[in-house]
Write a protein that binds this ligand. Structure first.
Ligand SMILES: NC(=O)c1ccc[n+]([C@@H]2O[C@H](COP(=O)([O-])OP(=O)(O)OC[C@H]3O[C@@H](n4cnc5c(N)ncnc54)[C@H](OP(=O)(O)O)[C@@H]3O)[C@@H](O)[C@H]2O)c1
Length: 268
């Protein structure tokens, strides 16, 4: 299978590396189209595939074309690659807020998969939620799922609106986690720990809680009950959280992210 990645920036490179590292594709079957000469030169040094600066006949050879450019660059991209596109090719887009229908119309083809990945894909612990047009076959979807699994976990959805929902949860989600971590680090410093101690206490607490959650079959609510004793320190913290409506606050934040994702999808 030949894969063409268009846009060798953060995400394009992340996917290229994950495919090569997991040996799903070897570098003789990996093509990268990157218009920035500086980035193209850096990509060539990595030897993960053949790097091109302009679209040409090789676009026709790709079984799967991955669109990893910024959403504002799609119109010029569509016009340059459309002459080389054929109906049997599958296009996989990781562009935020660009609908399947827009890609079908822009490129004049039917088989489109839309994915919302997230940043931890860089280290193999990403979360990708994907949806597709009806014309993508089951076998093609399995192939796409195998590729996405090289950079983390995957969830398939029939309903494209759920890609906007995934944008609000797992797409933006790493930033929410960093926000909570930042709050904990600042509190640890205020209580007298050094910066590095505060980071270690916070990181290890997040990690330990996640590992516990993964290892046993309890809900978050049950875990909170296990840590909290009546009249104790955790209960005091939760009284303050509830007074400040902390949970409601971040739920409102996620809802706003979802509405913004929908607005952006409508803007293109
Ligand atoms: N970063 C994230 O966490 C994340 C998460 C989910 C989804 N995404 C999506 O991933 C996509 C890529 O994001 P990114 O952060 O990887 O962007 P990026 O680092 O800017 O990479 C995009 C690359 O594509 C190049 N490019 C633009 N038009 C091109 C064309 N016509 N032909 C070939 N190359 C072209 C750009 O070159 P120039 O620099 O010269 O323009 C740039 O090097 C975006 O659509 C974004 O919505 C990103």
């Amino acid at each position: 299978m030949k894969i063409l990645i268009i846009g060798g920036g953060n995400m394009g490179l992340t996917f290229a590396k994950s495919f090569i590292n997991s040996k799903i594709v070897d570098n003789s079957n990996m093509l990268i189209l990157e218009k920035s000469m500086k980035k193209a030169d850096e990509l060539k040094k990595l030897e993960i595939g053949t790097v091109f600066g302009e679209p040409d006949d090789y676009v026709e050879d790709a079984d799967l074309i991955i669109l990893a450019v910024k959403p504002q660059d799609i119109n010029s991209l569509f016009s340059t690659i459309k002459p080389f596109i054929s109906q049997q090719q599958v296009v996989l887009s990781i562009m935020a807020g660009v609908k399947i229908e827009t890609i079908q119309k822009g490129l004049g083809l039917k088989k489109v998969v839309r994915v919302m990945p997230n940043l931890p894909a860089q280290i193999g612990t990403g979360m990708s939620v994907f949806s597709s047009s009806a014309e993508v076959t089951r076998i093609e979807l399995v192939m796409v799922q195998n590729l996405l699994s090289a950079s983390g976990k995957t969830v398939y959805t029939d309903d494209e609106v759920m890609i906007d929902a995934a944008t609000a949860i797992s797409g933006s989600g790493p930033a929410y986690v960093f926000y909570f971590m930042q709050g904990m680090i600042e509190s640890a410093k205020a209580l007298g720990f050094s910066q590095s101690e505060s980071e270690l206490l916070t990181y290890q607490t997040f990690r330990g809680a996640i590992d516990l959650f993964n290892k046993h079959d309890f809900t978050c609510e049950e875990w909170i009950e296990k840590v909290t004793s009546k009249g104790g320190t955790t209960a005091a913290a939760f009284n303050a959280f509830e007074k400040q409506r902390v949970k409601e606050g971040y739920q409102e934040g996620i809802e706003s992210a979802f509405h913004r994702a929908q607005e952006l999808s409508e803007l293109e």
